[in-house]
Design a protein around this ligand. Structure first.
Ligand code: NAD
Ligand code: 6OD
Length: 494
């Protein structure tokens, strides 16, 4: 009997050539709910043969009816997909909460809401895009018209992490489809569900078979490696850790394919003494603790001008104590668990490293005791340190948990130097009531995204990405158009 839905028989299925693939009993792995530690279901791991079928389906679909869809057809499809996600909103929320343990309010307000916005925004961006042309006039009097036509890149491999699964997937799939590509996506092994559910939605919206394919599994030695080393892919867009990103980059380099890499961060916030204290503390609470610190943009280093250092530390500690850890399905829960016990072990090593470096833990620093039903989850306390040095590992490595070290500074120059003293370069925030200084300091930051008096405020037309260890390339608006297309320049002598 064929599999017709994403979660038939409690298994999260692969989607290849417009159909959910039948698993065999040897190819299933567990999907653990990180809030409880319980088995949430099983997932069909795609072997190399299934990944190969997915890439071939995507290649065939490129040459099929999809190739004659106009921009209007494709943008209308994106809008229908957004409408279908809206209609099935709570199904997506439930799947995201089950996989990640994140609070239902976060899944609603950030993850699924942004998935809808991603489809609508890229329908607008691609729908409005024009083609530039220019006149060439040579000294010998010849004249020519130059124009570039943008063609789809081809079969795009989309590899994404577990922290914002649907948001990050649709951030890439929406522009890729809008530009006429076909995709094979590899969601994180920790969070397979919403990518599979999206297959149902795109099929319902009328996407031709083979244009969107999903292969589940792990990285090295599994579906991730089979996909990114496959000779049939034309480009790779990857979001994940710097270590994995640099490994994948090497595997793709041999075949010289375009890559877009959104990687880790060690993001700084710089707080000046003239900042609106309450608004700043609220902003810092969001930027340090949102999604239990598991957002690549989260602040893990806070530099505070000395006159207000104690006020900021006390205010942050008070706000951390107000966070409510608990049942992700409760409307009052603000903070979920980490994604897994393995990730918690990693975060806990930084708790030890901070202690060994002589830091004072102002709040948190351990594993909370939870109600019996949640005791098997990967819970961690929101944590603030003072007394760390700029060179201590908790101030240098990406922890990817609800933690921040707070360090005082005296001058603007010193603050900029401290914030830029990192090999990462993803995001920063500056908090001040002097907007001239806000612009100046924000511009001096060596990062892809520099916020002033806010954090993670997004306009999907703006370029997004990192420098240094935080990645290569930008996506968003025109930058996505550029990554997901290849121009052919036509020169016509007049
Ligand atoms: P990860 O690098 O471990 O995994 C990311 C994806 O790559 C997963 O789907 C994984 O299965 C796959 N993968 C792993 N090894 C692979 C291999 N050898 N070949 C092909 N695929 C492979 O990252 P993670 O732990 O899932 O996510 C957390 C990291 O992601 C953090 O470092 C965070 O900063 C980063 N991140 C960055 C951004 C950004 O926009 N810059 C956004 C979100 C997360
Ligand atoms: O907002 C986005 O478009 C984006 N790519 C966010 C990434 C968050 C990292 O965890």
């Amino acid at each position: 009997m064929s599999v017709t839905t994403a979660f038939a028989d409690g298994i999260v299925h692969n989607f290849v050539g417009g159909e959910f693939a039948e698993p065999d009993s040897r190819s299933l792995f567990d999907n653990i709910n990180p809030a409880t530690g319980d088995l949430a279901g099983r997932v069909h791991e795609a072997g190399a043969a299934l990944v190969d079928r997915a890439v071939r389906s995507a290649r065939d679909a490129l040459a099929g009816p999809w190739s004659s869809w106009t921009v209007n057809d494709r943008t209308a499809l994106l809008r229908r997909a957004a409408d279908r996600i809206q209609e099935r909103f709570e199904e997506f929320v439930a799947a995201e909460v089950r996989d990640t343990g994140k609070p239902v309010t976060h899944a609603r307000d950030v993850d699924v809401a942004r998935a809808i916005a991603n489809f609508r925004a890229f329908a607008d961006v691609v729908g409005a895009a024009g083609q530039a042309s220019f006149l060439t006039e040579l000294p010998d009097g010849r004249r020519a018209l130059n124009y570039a036509i943008r063609k789809p890149l081809g079969v795009v491999a989309v590899v994404v992490p577990w922290n914002l699964p649907l948001l990050l997937l649709t951030w890439k799939v929406a522009p890729a489809l809008a530009c006429g590509n076909t995709v094979v996506v590899k969601p994180s092994e920790e969070t397979p569900s919403t990518a599979a559910l999206l297959a149902e939605v795109l099929r319902e919206a009328g996407l031709p078979a083979g244009v969107y394919n999903v292969v589940h599994g792990f990285g090295g030695g599994s579906a991730g490696e089979s996909l990114t080393t496959h000779p049939g892919i034309d480009g790779v867009t990857f979001t994940g850790s710097t270590a994995t990103g640099s490994h994948v980059m090497r595997t793709v380099a041999g075949r010289v394919r375009p890559v877009s890499f959104e990687l880790g961060g060690k993001n700084a916030a710089v707080v000046f003494a003239d900042a609106d204290l309450d608004a700043t503390l609220d902003g810092l609470r969001r930027s340090i603790f949102s999604n239990t610190g598991q957002v690549c943009l989260c602040t893990e280093r806070v530099y505070v001008q000395r006159p207000i250092f104690d006020d900021v530390v006390d205010g942050l500690a008070a706000r951390a104590r107000e966070l409510t850890l608990g049942d992700p399905l409760s409307e009052t829960t603000t903070t979920g668990p980490l994604i897994s016990r393995a990730h918690r072990d990693k975060v806990l090593t930084y708790f030890s490293l901070a202690r060994e470096a002589g830091a004072t833990t102002v709040v948190g620093g351990g594993v909370p005791s939870m109600a019996p039903a949640l005791d098997g989850g990967s819970w961690i306390e929101p944590t603030i340190w003072v007394g760390l040095g700029q060179q201590d590992r908790p101030m240098r490595d990406e922890v990817f948990g609800p933690v921040a070290g707070v360090i005082p500074f005296d001058s603007e120059e010193e603050a900029i130097a401290l914030a830029n003293d990192t090999e990462y370069g993803l995001a920063s925030s500056v908090w001040t009531s002097d907007l001239t200084r806000g612009h100046r300091v924000a511009q001096a930051m060596r990062v892809g995204m520099s916020w002033v008096n806010t954090w993670f405020l997004r306009d999907l037309r703006s370029p997004f990405g990192g420098m240094g260890l935080s990645g290569i390339g930008r996506e968003g608006g025109e930058a996505s158009l550029h990554f997901y297309t290849e121009p052919t320049n036509v020169c016509v002598q007049l």
